[in-house]
Design a protein around this ligand. Structure first.
Ligand code: ADP
Ligand code: MG
Length: 725
């Protein structure tokens, strides 16, 4: 029997809903698998506890004399909850995370072990750095690398395979001190933006000791039945379908978006949400997305570095929990052709330790000059470094989504909304500054709704949404650390620049409010005018915008492979001072381009393999049946019956198969040619511009054949089967 039919037949057995038991409420469960402040306060003496809290806030280092005490408390807590192993958990440049488990045991006597964990083990680990991507920074014979405990993100317990592991968020560097992870630059960028913004707040008189960036991500994903995923080697290995024609029904009825969540899906969501809550991940929103079988989950926002960890943990949790429900969670940016792909909108803002959201103009209505300065600095930063922001979201996978109708194009621009736009135009032209109010209401009869200060512009890659910016171009499978690092870094540079100029103007004056306001207004006006071209409130999907962007001289980088090179530019090296050095930026360039080529190479291998071993045999079978049938009919009916239509179908089928064979041979040849290129940049471009178009050609023919070959012979799960749970 065709494996698809067998899967359909077995389906009813495996597609039952697994009940997930909720014993306690979310607030009672929250953070029970996290070594958090509550737990530490109970287990550590006050001065030790305070040291950890200060370290969590990035204000102090862990004092060496306290390390053993903290390690012991952490171990006792973890062992009580079933942990047998610990691991430094870090983010190498692979885009995912890495862990190497060690058990707590140590000899206590010749025949006896005890559980032990000390400060040295907590603070430092030593995995092999040569097996992770380093972009040439490390060779196989220069293996040593270090992981170091990052106290800014809490340790947590990971349950899996019936066991529990204590995971210690860590940073990763080489023996030579080169940064080899995505977390270190993020933490450094947070410090940089804190220092810059605190200078501004000191000037404007807003009380704060430090500032950190906040991140609230919205994770989109697909979920399909596991049996279909198992039938598709492309989904297993690349996370996306390299062949597959759209089903008769797609998303055109718009009947999936925010529709009631089906039982089976809800039970899966509840299951991973409960685990997330125990891990201290404040998951809040869940809903059906636009494409069939597409969903979204979003938490309450947190400090960026913690939010990044939580995003990565949740992605893992979602994938592992899906297996238990006989489901498969697809995080790829474009698993299915012809319907929306998935993004990870990154909502970003700046918050003070005193609880002020600095991008909320209504948070401090009596004194929000800092808001205007920050807004100006953000616009200026994005204007200066839009190519770098484009690079921060570049990947082979995101290219399938960017510029489609579900995601912004590869031109970075900013949408502010009418109210702010009017305000800025006012400042630019006559220097007046009217306060921003939010007092417009709608009367719907039964209720009165209050209106936000900004409308939404779904087509903008970077939209201001009232009290935060939403970076909408980030891909669903991406680690959000790099885009946030870039945002923090470039904005810090602009804030410093603007504060320098304000201070320069104030040099000989007393710093009273009026003087500060006047000086700030002059500088704001200058930078608003300078960066005006980055602002765009219209339809980013339109062709007209492309033309307009060209006129404005904004970078238009359609393909990711061309986006990476900005990492090696002087402007990037300068702005990244103190975050990543030149050598580290160059190595990141190498890693990204290499990864890009590997990804495409894998997908092309899959296409050729699937075509030759799955698709072609099915087509030939169908061709044979048709030919036999025509032959037999002619025999029975005599030569007078021409069977013109059937002969035409057969002839067309033969022709398409021939075309497909030629296309596959051609594709394989160009893949081999690209693979043999040694220069990384040249190689990436060959994959992009020479190999991928040939892949598209083959896909076109195969998808056509899918619609013309006997359904019972087609070996790959079809979209209509996968997409409607
Ligand atoms: P949308 O309507 O754009 O889909 P959602 O409500 O799904 O918005 O998600 C909004 C996201 O923005 C949430 O993750 C939320 O935590 C986040 N967010 C809200 N305020 C801030 C802030 N100050 N900083 C960062 N993220 C924020
Ligand atoms: Mg949302």
């Amino acid at each position: 029997m065709n494996p698809r039919y067998a899967a359909l037949q077995n389906g009813s057995k495996t597609r039952s809903i697994s009940p997930s038991v909720q014993d306690l409420s979310s607030s009672e469960n929250f953070g029970m698998h996290v070594f958090n402040r509550n737990t530490m306060q109970k287990m550590l003496r006050q001065e030790v506890y305070q040291n950890v809290v200060n370290a969590m806030n990035g204000q102090e280092r862990i004092k060496p004399e306290f390390a053993d005490l903290i390690a012991m408390a952490m171990k006792d807590w973890a062992v009580k909850l079933g942990a047998t192993h610990y691991s430094h958990w870090f983010h190498p440049l692979t885009g995912s995370t890495a862990e190497k488990h060690d058990s707590f045991i140590e000899w206590s006597s010749l025949d006896q072990v005890i559980e032990k964990f000390d400060g040295k083990q907590l603070i430092q680990g030593e995995p092999d750095a040569s097996s992770f991507p380093s972009g040439g920074l490390r060779s196989t014979y220069e293996a040593r690398g270090y992981t170091g405990w990052d106290p800014t993100s809490p340790a947590f317990l990971w349950s899996g395979g019936d066991g529990v592991t204590l995971c210690i968020p860590s940073l990763f560097s080489s023996w030579t001190g080169d940064v080899l992870d995505t977390k270190t630059p993020l933490l450094r960028s947070d410090r940089k933006i804190s220092d810059a913004v605190i200078r501004l707040l000191e000037l404007t008189g807003v009380p704060a000791t430090y500032v950190n960036s906040t991140l609230g991500w919205e994770q989109e994903y697909f979920v399909i039945d596991r049996s279909w995923r198992d039938l598709r080697p492309d989904l297993v290995m690349a996370g996306r379908t390299v062949f597959g024609c759209p089903s008769s029904k797609g998303q055109e009825l718009q009947d999936h978006y925010l529709a009631s969540v089906k039982d089976r899906m809800l039970s899966y969501m509840r299951d991973y949400e409960q685990q997330a809550i125990k891990l201290g991940i404040p998951v809040k929103t869940r809903h059906n997305e636009v494409a069939p079988s597409q969903y979204e989950v979003a938490p309450v926002y947190e400090k960026s570095s913690v939010a990044v960890d939580h995003n990565i943990i949740l992605m893992e949790l979602m994938q592992q929990t899906a297996v238990k429900h006989n489901l498969s969670c697809l995080l790829h940016e474009k698993p299915f052709h012809g319907i929306n792909g998935s993004g990870k909108h990154c909502n970003w803002s700046l918050a003070t330790d005193t609880g002020i959201n600095l991008l909320d103009p209504t948070d401090t209505p009596e004194n929000n000059i800092h808001f205007l300065v920050l807004l100006t600095a953000i616009l200026n930063a994005i204007y200066d470094h839009s190519a770098l922001l484009r690079a921060s979201i570049a990947s082979a996978a995101n290219d399938f989504r960017l510029g489609g109708h579900e995601a912004p194009p590869a031109i970075i621009s900013v949408y502010l909304g009418q109210a702010l736009e009017d305000l800025l135009v006012n400042i630019e032209t006559n220097g007046t500054h009217k306060p921003i109010t939010n007092n417009i209401n709608f009367d719907l009869g039964a209720v009165v709704l209050s209106r936000d200060t900004t409308d939404r512009n779904r087509s903008s890659p970077m939209a201001f949404t009232g009290n935060k910016f939403e970076f909408r171009a980030v891909g669903s499978s991406a680690n959000p650390a790099f885009p946030i690092t870039v945002l923090n870094t470039i904005v810090a540079e602009s804030v410093n620049l603007i504060v320098d100029e304000i201070q320069e103007l104030l040099k000989n004056k007393t710093g009273n409010k009026k003087a500060i306001f006047e000086a700030a207004s002059i500088v704001i006006r200058k930078y608003l005018k300078r960066s005006k071209d980055i602002r765009f409130g219209g339809d980013n999907y339109s062709e007209q915008w492309k033309k307009e962007a060209k006129k404005r001289n904004l970078p238009i980088v359609e393909k990711s492979v061309d986006a990476f090179e900005v990492l090696k530019k002087k402007s990037t090296i300068d702005v990244f001072k103190g975050i990543l050095n030149k050598q580290e930026l160059f190595s990141r360039y190498d890693v990204l381009v290499e990864m890009y080529s590997h990804k495409i190479n894998i997908e092309i291998n899959l296409m050729v393999d699937l075509f030759r071993t799955h698709i072609l045999p099915a087509c030939i079978c169908h061709q044979k049946e048709l030919a036999n049938s025509i032959g037999q009919c002619t025999e029975v009916l005599g030569n007078g019956k021409k069977l013109t239509k059937q002969r035409a179908i057969l002839a067309n089928l033969c022709e398409q198969i021939e075309k497909a064979i030629t296309a596959a041979d051609d594709l394989e040849e160009s893949r081999q040619a690209a693979a043999s290129i040694s220069d990384l940049e040249e190689k990436g471009k060959a994959y992009c511009y020479k190999v991928l178009p040939k892949g598209e050609l083959l896909r076109g023919i195969v998808d056509y054949l899918e619609q013309h070959v006997d359904d019972s012979l087609w070996p790959l799960a079809k979209y209509r089967e996968m997409l409607f749970l």
